[in-house]
Ligand binder design. Structure first.
Ligand code: UDP
Length: 236
């Protein structure tokens, strides 16, 4: 099936520097060039980026000095920082990008609304969706599936550090086998750590395909969109 509109889910950690600093400009540029190349090929591209390189609400609130909802608000703000950094880098790569946030902050970026978001996509802008779902106790994986469903994306491309879903961690277990294809139920029952259960359950409800692939090699987004490149598809 030819992909017309794809949503790419990037973890915030994809932007982090090797020394742990939250943002690594060369990595950001490489990612932005990959996204720009995919957009130039004519596929409409939406991107959801997480904030785990800066803060994860559950971890911060577990320390006990702040409640979970407040810590999650901090996490959502982190996704906005990553989003506008990525927007700048995609613009610098020569493709127009727009950020819309589920958390309203009109002096920084547009507030997310479905119809204007669809217009941005139809005009060929890369659409970066910041602020997660706008609600605490969710993740940006769930936000990615939610936005992909409401914006009628053909697929969610979940970028990871490995080229698909394995029976065990391939970096630790040399006998681990890669799945070519899984159902949403298998992903949920197997408690696979690729995406959270809420995200898989919503994808199952919406009949959405999730393609799990590695972002480590340059050009991997276009390769997977073109049907090449190794990946695992989670589909009904
Ligand atoms: N977050 C939230 N609601 C959402 C999405 C994210 O509260 O809909 C918060 C939550 O604290 C989360 C943080 O933002 O830990 C960063 O998002 P996530 O952990 O999904 O980022 P990633 O792991 O993809 O970098």
């Amino acid at each position: 099936m030819q992909t017309k509109r794809a949503l790419i889910k990037l973890s915030g950690e994809a932007l982090a520097a090797p020394d742990g600093y939250w943002l690594h400009p060369p990595t950001l540029s490489t990612l932005a060039e990959d996204i720009a190349a995919a957009a130039r090929s004519g596929v409409e591209i939406a991107v959801v980026i997480g904030g785990g390189n800066v803060i994860r609400g559950a971890r911060v609130s577990a320390a006990g000095w702040i409640d979970r909802a407040t810590a999650d608000s901090m996490g959502m703000l982190a996704t906005v920082m990553n989003s506008i950094a990525l927007e700048s880098a995609i613009n610098a790569a020569g493709v127009s990008a727009r950020t819309m946030s589920a958390v309203s902050m009109p002096t920084i970026c547009e507030t997310y609304a479905r119809q204007p978001a669809l217009h941005h996509l139809a005009r060929g802008h890369v659409l970066i969706l910041a602020g997660g779902t706008g609600n605490p106790f969710f993740t940006t994986d769930t936000a990615a599936v939610l936005r992909a469903a409401e914006l009628k994306c053909d697929t969610v491309m979940k970028a990871t550090n490995v080229d698909g879903v394995y029976t065990a961690d391939p970096k630790k277990d040399p006998t681990a086998r890669r799945y070519d294809r899984l159902t949403h139920d298998e992903a949920i029952q197997g408690n696979l750590k690729i995406m959270d259960t809420a995200a898989f359950a919503l994808a199952r409800e919406a009949g959405l395909h999730i393609v799990v692939f590695s972002i480590q090699e340059k050009g991997s987004i276009s390769a997977v969109l073109g049907g090449q490149g190794r990946a695992t598809t989670v589909a009904p």
